[in-house]
Every structure is written in C-alpha cells, then in structure tokens.
Design a protein around this ligand. Structure first.
Ligand SMILES: [Zn+2]
Length: 260
C-alpha cells in the first residue's frame, strides 16, 4: 500500500512525500521549498529519497530542490521554464512518470503561473490523487501571477472533470481564510456552513485540513461554483460591468477575493 506523508514547512506550506509502497523505503518529494525539513523527515522515518517533482517556479516550492538533488544524486522533474533552471527532466501535459509502483500523469494547469503543472495518480488500491501545487486550495484557488483568469478558469474546469473522489493535495494551509470568503459569497450554503465547523475544529486541534477531495470542493469552493445562479448574483452585485461567460464571472470572483 502506498502512503502520502505530509511535511508542514515554511509559513503555511505542505511538502508532500509520496511513498509508493510500504514494502520499500523509496519516496518522492513534491515541491520542496526547503531542504532541511525534508531531510529531517526522511531520517526520522528511515525513508530514501528517489525523486523530486516540482509544480511551478515559486520559491516556496523549489528552493530546497537543488540541495536535495545534489545530496541524494537525483534528477529534478518539473515544467520547462526559464525560471526553474534546476529542472533536469522537463514535463508537459500528458507525460507519464513512473514513481516506483505508481504512475503519475502530468496535467498542464496554467493560471496561477503560466508554467504550472500538476501530478495525477490513480493507485489500484486507493482513491485518485492530484498534487496540484497552488492551482486549487481547500475552498479556494491560487492567485493570478503571470497567468490569466481565463487560463486559471480552464485549469480548474480540468480539475473538476477528474473523478469526484480525487484527493487534492494542495500546497498551502489557507482553508479557514478561504472559507471565510466563501461564506461571504454563499452565506446559506449548508455544506459550507458544516465544513466551516469541521475545519475550524481541526485547526483548533492543530490538525491539517488537507488533503481535501473534489466532491467537497464542488459543494463548497466558490471558484468551482461561479456558474451557479446565487454565486453569479453575488459577483454581479460587486461589479459595474455586465458579465456574460463563465470565465467572466470567474475572473471577477478572483478579483473580488483579491481585495476581500
Ligand atoms: Zn505559487
């Protein structure tokens, strides 16, 4: 059986460590923004690093990659981007990567950044998983840096088309502040109100709210719900120009959140 280990690091990042089989000590790290907590975790748990996977060029996702690569003599997999010169193996949409007994399929998810990719894995003995970097968060989504709202909207639609039981391994613990905004958008969403209580309790007990899963995001994440009438009414009340397409509503919702 595979296992995914969570390494909380930096201010509010999670580095995800994939161990493809409990019979083996081999493990693969996603988005190591710092090498030290990864090395500490490997040592404490007698795990051996076999590969480094990056989703996009932001420093809190890549800054530990080079020293881990040198220390463990490993390749670095990631998108082709002149902002990540450390990448030795370039990945693009549809590429497949063998991780011990698991296979990761690469999804291009531009929007938060233009170079953003994610890793989708369908284990035979568990729910599908996506390691989605800063594209989708619990009850929220990434900000726009060098990508556009239209691209991010299309990328989130791509995530939404994955199986409903897909576990989403996002890279930040932003859940409570995201829910705070989501409640402003949909104060009467019962699933969201219930989630607010559950996630608040988790955080009060020092627990992580991640991974989340796609069906719950479809019920509670406003960025997967900007096509719904009540969400559209909220958005249209906040902007002066008339909005028409799904992408228009999504783009305005992202802007409203930026200044919330
Ligand atoms: Zn980022």
């Amino acid at each position: 059986m595979f296992q995914v280990h969570q390494i909380p690091a930096l201010k509010d990042n999670y580095f995800w460590l994939i161990q493809p089989s409990s019979q083996s000590a081999h493990a693969y790290i996603v988005d190591p923004g710092d090498a030290e907590p990864v090395d500490n975790y490997l040592q404490r748990n007698n795990l051996q690093l076999k590969g480094i996977l990056l989703t996009h060029h932001h420093h809190d996702h890549i800054d530990g990659a080079f020293s881990l690569s040198e220390r463990h003599q490993l390749p670095i997999h990631g998108p082709k981007s002149n902002r990540i010169p450390q990448v030795t193996h370039f990945l693009k949409e549809g590429d497949q990567l063998s991780l011990g007994g698991l296979t990761a399929t690469v999804l291009a998810l531009p929007g938060h950044t233009l170079d953003h990719i994610a890793y989708f894995i369908e284990p035979i003995d568990g729910a599908p998983m996506i390691f989605s970097g800063d594209t989708i968060f619990a009850a929220g989504c990434g900000r726009l840096f060098d990508g556009t709202a239209e691209l991010l909207h299309a990328s989130l639609q791509k995530v939404a088309a994955l199986p409903d039981n897909t576990l989403i391994y996002a890279a930040h613990e932003y859940t409570l502040s995201n829910i705070n905004f989501a409640l402003d958008v949909e104060p009467e969403n019962k699933d969201l109100l219930a989630r607010h209580i559950i996630e608040t309790r988790k955080r009060e007990s020092g627990l992580s709210t991640l991974p989340t899963y796609l069906a719950l995001e479809k019920q509670t994440n406003p960025f997967l719900r900007s096509h719904l009438r009540n969400v559209r009414t909220y958005i249209q009340q906040k902007v002066t120009q008339p909005l028409n397409s799904d992408a228009d509503f999504f783009a305005s919702l992202r802007l409203i959140k930026d200044s919330f």
